[in-house]
Design a protein around this ligand. Sequence first.
Ligand code: SF4
Ligand code: SF4
Length: 178
Amino acid sequence: MIHLEYVDRAHSVQTAPVVCMHCDSPTCAEVCPADAIKKTADGVVQTARKPRCIACNNCVLACPFGVPKMKTEFKLMMKCDMCYDRTSEGLKPMCATVCPSQALFFGTRNEIETLRPRSAPTNRFQFGGQTITTRVNMMTPRSGRSEYIDVTAAMNESGTGKQISLNVLMEGMYQEEE
Ligand code: SF4
Ligand code: SF4
């Protein structure tokens, strides 16, 4: 229930996994007309309840991180639910269990800050005038500035074959600490 995105397909085969960020105010659930997406008391945003989902795609279009996927063969939206069957029993989600480089890590904020002192966990994301806070954190270089992607401008760019480009301002992101 996670998918891979190309980081910069024009220049590299590098991919990055995209997991549900488990937003504090999940847009997917807010736009669901069938109340099919529930958030549990521990902050995990569940995948759509099958008896309720009417496969309208609202959540697919509304999620700022592009997470929900419509499974047309089942007429059901499915997404990462943080392996709730496992994590609710104290086990790690499968993705973090099998990741050989710990790009995906499941643990406390203190643990990851100790493991990766040059990076900082962040869970605040700006989409236009809207700030979204999430349960899942993304590691960002401590010495770099925030990445900025002009999504609106990218929508007007014309693709070449399967290649798309985003106006990603990376300058200064990977500077070594002094
Ligand atoms: S990342 Fe998308 S799918 Fe996950 S909780 Fe937030 S809005 Fe919903
Ligand atoms: S696709 Fe299903 S879960 Fe998503 S908004 Fe529509 S009814 Fe809700």
